[in-house]
Design a protein around this ligand. Structure first.
Ligand code: DHB
Ligand code: MG
Length: 224
């Protein structure tokens, strides 16, 4: 039997159906995306179905402290802040102060700003400063792909056995499978995945995704 090949029109219709049926519409989230767009940031926030997956993972893990690397306009940050609920905290790192200002306003509009600390700076500089804090229960890595191994190393250091790690953008329209790539982002994504596969601190898998952001994927790991 020949399986049907997914066409863009087909999987886009499925994504819309899933998003409409299971995620729904939310004025604060839609305002955050609009503010991000108006500020000239790229439309590279996670797709709604992917954001809700992240939110559910945080709740499944019972996460109270979440670390996000790459705030952008705060769309995924709002989803994570809702997952930790009252008393929890999201620490989110953003390299661009202008992006952080837009994100802060969107977090305020969504009523979750009191649970979110935005750290402004290059994540490689900010992460060592978080060492003295209580461990994070979930870490979401969604920043410059070239630094994924640095971020995974810090995720393990700042976590504890059982900490959940999620890495965005691990398939990149299939380019991740090209072992000879010279694209620095793909090289970074591959290095991160190979670290997840070989470093004894992690146990991981990855899933391809077809959603509003195209063909990509998400890696999920646990700190041993
Ligand atoms: C890019 C980065 C992202 O985090 C993403 O979700 C999509 C694209 C990029 O740098 O191109
Ligand atoms: Mg991303």
């Amino acid at each position: 039997m020949t399986e049907p090949t997914p066409t863009p029109a087909g999987w886009q219709a499925v994504d819309r159906y899933f998003a409409d049926t299971l995620v729904g519409h939310d004025p604060d989230l839609e305002a955050a995306v609009a503010a991000q767009h108006e500020a000239g940031m790229p439309a590279i926030e996670v797709a709604p179905v992917n954001a809700k997956f992240l939110h559910l993972l945080a709740r499944i893990a019972g996460a109270r402290r979440v670390l996000e690397i790459g705030t952008l306009g705060g769309y995924s940050t709002i989803w994570l802040a809702r997952a930790v609920s009252e008393g929890g905290e999201v620490v989110t790192i953003e390299a661009e102060p202008d992006n952080a200002a837009v994100a802060r306003r969107s977090l305020e509009r969504a009523g979750v700003a009191h649970r979110v600390r935005i750290e402004i700076g290059r994540a490689a500089d900010v992460l060592p400063r978080l060492s003295g804090e209580a461990p994070f229960d979930l870490v979401f890595i969604d920043a410059d792909k070239e630094s994924n191994t640095i971020y995974l190393d810090w995720a393990a250091r700042l976590g504890r056995p059982g900490t959940v790690i999620v890495v965005d953008n691990v398939a990149r329209s299939g380019k991740v499978a090209d072992a000879h790539t010279t694209d620095s982002q793909i090289v970074g994504v591959r290095a991160g995945l190979e670290m997840l596969g070989t470093d004894p601190r992690f146990d991981a898998t990855a899933l391809q995704t077809l959603d509003a952001k195209g063909w990509d994927g998400v890696a999920v790991a646990i700190v041993r």
